[in-house]
Design a protein around this ligand. Structure first.
Ligand SMILES: *[C@@H]1O[C@H](CO)[C@@H](O)[C@H](O)[C@H]1NC(C)=O
Ligand SMILES: *[C@@H]1O[C@H](CO)[C@@H](O)[C@H](O)[C@H]1NC(C)=O
Length: 237
């Protein structure tokens, strides 16, 4: 229900605020654009109803964005961040193409992709036990899956990965040496950031198109209203 989602969202925002504060980030970075509380719980057809403007994006992208600094600190700037491009994980999920996918299809790609990343984050956790970015991102990914399912026509088609799919995703990383495993862990976080940025852009585009289409459908009505009024006025002057 929307009210439970709002409750989780609020705690997510609080969590993000605490983490940003703990990391010494300036207070302005704290997500303050909380959803306008609708105590009535009624479905509002306003902008707050759009997934693309949900504060969860700010929260999750804030965490994944911090990864670059964490990486550079760990390797004392001896390795550049784009060095991670050499460690492509083959099983990464596809994002939403820019043009010919519906909003529904994009939401499914987002939810499915996040399920895959959630499994891959187990590899990150194994390499970096207790990593803060990892646990924050896991929480928000789960929340984002729930929020995108709220917007789907067919949320039941979002299924959990089977244990054999999971084993397959992680099994490919077993043969790597210690350094490669670390780089792969960092690469997963880096790719996840790009996946989230692209997904947000794709969903924003779909949601804005819908809003513009509604405007365009209504615009001619007021145009003809005005024309009609003008004609009447002309006749009676
Ligand atoms: C979208 O276009 C690509 C090629 O540009 C095609 O491979 C794909 O099947 C299309 N998808 C849909 C849902 O139409
Ligand atoms: C997402 O939904 C599941 C199932 O309803 C629930 O167990 C979980 O707590 C939710 N996660 C978040 C972060 O809201």
């Amino acid at each position: 229900t929307p009210s439970t989602t709002d409750g989780y969202l609020l705690s997510a925002v609080t969590l993000a605020a605490l983490l940003l504060h703990a990391s010494g980030a300036p207070v302005e970075d704290t997500p303050t654009d909380m959803p306008a509380g609708e105590p009535s719980g009624e479905e509002q057809a306003g902008p707050s109803n759009l997934l693309s403007v949900s504060p969860v994006w700010h929260a999750v992208l804030g965490a994944t964005k911090r990864h670059q600094k964490e990486f550079e600190d760990e390797f004392q700037h001896e390795l550049k961040y784009h060095f991670l491009e050499n460690y492509k994980v083959s099983s990464l999920p596809a994002g939403c193409p820019l043009s010919n996918f519906s909003k529904e299809a994009c939401l499914h790609r987002l939810a499915h992709g996040l399920r895959i990343y959630t499994v891959l984050l187990k590899h990150v956790e194994k390499e970096y036990p207790g990593n803060l970015i990892c646990s924050v991102v896991k929480y928000y990914s789960d929340l984002l899956i729930n929020l995108s399912k709220d917007k789907m026509r067919n949320p039941e088609q979002v299924t959990a990965l089977t244990s054999s799919q999971e084993a397959q995703l992680l099994g490919g990383l077993d043969h790597l040496d210690a350094f490669q495993r670390k780089m792969t862990a960092h690469s997963i976080l880096r790719q996840l950031h790009h996946f989230l940025v692209d997904s947000k852009r794709a969903i924003t585009k779909r949601e804005n198109t819908k809003a513009r289409m509604a405007d365009r459908l209504l615009a001619p009505i007021s145009f003809y209203n005005q024309k009609f009024k003008d004609e009447i006025i002309q006749k009676h002057l």
